[in-house]
Design a protein around this ligand. Sequence first.
Ligand code: SER
Length: 592
Amino acid sequence: MKLTSDELRKKWMDFFIARGHTPISSASLIPENDPTVLFTTAGMHPLVPYLLGQPHPAGKRLCDTQKCVRTGDIDEVGDASHCTFFEMLGNWSLGDYFKDEMVPWSYEFLTEQLNLDPARLAVTVFEGDADCPRDDKTAELWEKCGIKKENIFFLGKKHNWWGPAGQTGPCGSDTEMFYDTGKPKCCPECSPACDCGKYVEIWNDVFMQFNKNADGTFSQLKQKNVDTGMGLERVLMNVQGLKSVYETDVFAPIVGKIEQLSGKSIADGECVKAIRVIADHIRTATFIIGDERGVTPSNVDQGYILRRLLRRAIRFGKGLGLKNGDYSAIAATVVDKYKDAYPELLSARDKIIHEIDEEQARFERTLENGMKEFEKLCKFLQSDVIPGKSAFRLYDTYGFPLEMTVELANERGFKVDIDGFNARFEEHKNLSHAGAEQRFKGGLADTGELTARLHTATHLMHRALKEVLNDPTVNQRGSNITPERLRFDFSFGRAMTPDEIKAVEDKVNAAIKADVPIVCEEMTVDEAKAQGAVGLFTAKYGEKVKVYTMGEFSKEICGGPHAARTGELGHFRIVKEQSSSAGVRRIKAVLE
Ligand code: SER
């Protein structure tokens, strides 16, 4: 069967629209109001508030095609299926239908829209544990659809649980659908859980009915949701039995362009990895620059990931003999391929080309400096071996791939301490992965729940500071909250004493212990002032404002969000009190 990406997107949308879903457009790749993740990593990511219960303006049944970037596996890119950018087809029930509808729909879509042979479908369901019972219901539904009992596998949390995407937030058991490639079983226990390649994953239905709390426990969400995700590129590959995603129609013209520019073929085993890496990285870079909230290469955050992708592509391109201007020409092919599905790329076409050319020029200059460094290194070398440390410095600071350093060294009759390089590389990888994972782990519901709690704590602390310091100049000057900590700047002329810090902590913890409800009322600014509410940054307020009251402990004008009760906050601790600028102090505090 020949299935193109355009057809698959259309089949998906038509199928769910016919079942009462409202199509929504892909959210930006750069998450809004979420400082803790760099990119949108799944279709559910922009929908977290609605999975938690906030009403979505488009209703309770939604479907879309979401642009996603995941860079955790960047080193795997070059194999058959890892991509840093992918499209996720998704549909959602926000507290509407649940398993009874979703399982038969999934079966119908797989067998009637994708024309997959029912006998070759295998599914996994959750085997149950102390947090959530065994999902016999879903297994029964699959069996009723026609999946053979021996093709239904019960697996544990490791395989059949999705989320939360951060440390806390919406999550639940899932059921995953696989297609049997027909390869023989690798062992008697062979199942979709093993990675022998017999079973390839097609789709994932998450029954999102839990919230994972900061203490590791699970509580029921207000509503039972369905969140499904199908990776477009992998499905195109799997249902058509292709050997890699690069053979699907989304990659074909991009690969073709690289072949044309380089005069090399992807069929040549020597070139396959380089061509795949360039195709993947330039596609991702095109989507990042061309996003409606697009960024340009830099040394921080999304801009740094973009820079790494582009430079990695250029490094691989050197091996293929690609020249200046070739990378932006490849990007132009990407724009052309996707311009109907993602028109923002067409509007940003010139910007994409310009930024890629600029970054290439900058990288050439860095390489030039790297060559100087290399020459210097050779001059002062005390043996005929370039230390791993130096090779790594060339790699890390000047973007020299190890292969290039080895080649240059050989030309001069030197060797490179490759083990030493690898040791440094691993060390660095662990460090940067740890950093990157923190960023990815951070966000989503964290931003919802953890930051809401810290925000509530900020109100309690503000009030406690006014009382303890007993000084009318004490007032908020700034606030910044991440899921890990709150940071609060306030006007006050001197350092706080340890006793004062302790007194503020005690007051906040007493308010938490009292476990009072947090009440939100709407009123005019004048009414709020009359009630003695603390008001900040008055100029920003509209006609009506929200006033949050926490028993006797705090009354403040604020847009929220807040915890429901002070008791949810845990234990409050001030970790730092320091000067911020003249007459302004800064506190960092955490909830434990
Ligand atoms: N959130 C789930 C996933 O990423 C289903 O959409 O697989």
